[in-house]
Design a binder for this molecule. Structure first.
Ligand code: CAA
Length: 296
């Protein structure tokens, strides 16, 4: 099957099929409990109110990122992005691997023309266009495209023993999904250059120390996932309007200089006085009550 056809083939999860056909009461039964999925490379579930969980699930290939996996991942991400009940998304793998990179066996025979004309890897960036926050929960290997996918997420949590790296140099190539840019932004030029030119790895503990990860957890995937789900549930409990605006202004800091960024932030801050949730939040504070968000 050509890469182009793979990118356009839809796959439905149980929860997305339920969203289209089931009455609301039946939907509520499906939500907030793990659901089986009809995907073959990922699992989707709603383990906490407001939280969508996607688990990369190609254990025999250490979650190597095939084109087919990305069709499914992007479909699941879009479903969560469109789902009004979901306020935050968590992306995880297994104890052994978040993802061991792009699928080398799929990539090996590609020609330049196929890669260029089909814009190979471009669909991977879909996750960066989401307005809802995505948290990566990384355990085990996050190599090459796996490291790049984790870095595309808004918050990166990992285990202390997680294994980050951009080993493409050992395959006679270079990072192709933003690794040279995002790793450099996170670690600084010298450290990123060292990792990319040597193919050396970085532990989760070091990733936290250097600011690549927000937090490194003791234990395995269970522990880091629990931490990510707690944070996602907390984010999902806030006003969606404020959360989307907060994500937008932080991301602007990557593109704008400080002065323009501060002005941009102020404009978005001003615009939030037009939201119902700003009134609800500040009134609740003054009345010493818990706000009930309208998400409007
Ligand atoms: N692509 C395809 N298959 C992969 C894979 C990958 N990236 N990584 C692992 N696998 C497969 C192995 O081929 C093996 O399959 P078989 O059992 O059929 O032989 C299976 O997963 C288990 O792997 P290992 O036996 O190698 O497991 P290990 O524990 O001995 O080693 C590892 C683990 C160090 C992660 C090793 O698998 C490895 O080095 N993987 C490749 C890592 C890599 O180079 N990633 C970068 C890819 S290029 C890229 O991502 C480009 C980009 O920027 C987008």
């Amino acid at each position: 099957m050509s890469l182009l056809r793979l990118f356009s083939r839809p796959a439905l999860s149980v929860s997305s099929r339920a969203t289209m056909s089931a009455p609301r009461s039946a939907l509520q039964v499906v939500r907030h409990q793990s659901t089986e999925s009809s995907y073959t490379n990922i699992l989707v579930s709603n383990p906490r109110p407001g939280v969508g969980l996607i688990t990369l699930n190609r254990p025999k290939a250490l979650n190597a990122l095939s084109s087919e996996l990305f069709v499914e991942l992007n479909k699941a991400l879009k479903d969560y992005e469109d789902d009004k009940e979901i306020g935050a998304i968590v992306l995880t793998g297994s104890d052994k691997a978040f993802a061991a990179g792009a699928d080398i066996k799929e990539m090996a025979p590609l020609t330049f023309s196929e890669a260029y004309v089909n814009n190979f890897i471009a669909p991977w960036s879909y996750i960066t266009t989401l307005r809802k926050p995505v948290i990566a929960a990384v355990s085990g290997h996050a190599l090459g495209g796996g490291c790049e996918l984790a870095m595309m997420c808004d918050i990166l949590y990992c285990t202390k023993t997680a294994n980050f790296g951009q080993p493409e140099i050992k395959l006679g190539t270079i990072p192709g999904a933003g690794g040279s840019q995002r790793l450099t932004a996170a670690l600084g030029k010298s450290k990123a250059m060292e990792l990319i030119l040597t193919g050396n790895n970085l532990s989760g503990e070091e990733a936290e120390k250097h600011g690549l990860a927000a937090k490194a957890f003791e234990g395995g995937n269970k522990e880091v996932l629990e931490g990510a789900l707690d944070t996602a549930a907390k984010i999902a409990s806030y006003s969606r309007v404020a959360v989307i605006a907060a994500k937008e202004v932080v991301n602007k800091s990557q593109d704008l200089g400080v002065r323009e960024g501060v002005e941009y932030e102020r404009r978005i801050f001003h615009s939030l006085f037009g939201s119902q949730d700003q009134k609800i939040g500040m009134k609740a504070f003054a009345e010493k009550k818990k706000p009930t968000w309208s998400h409007l």
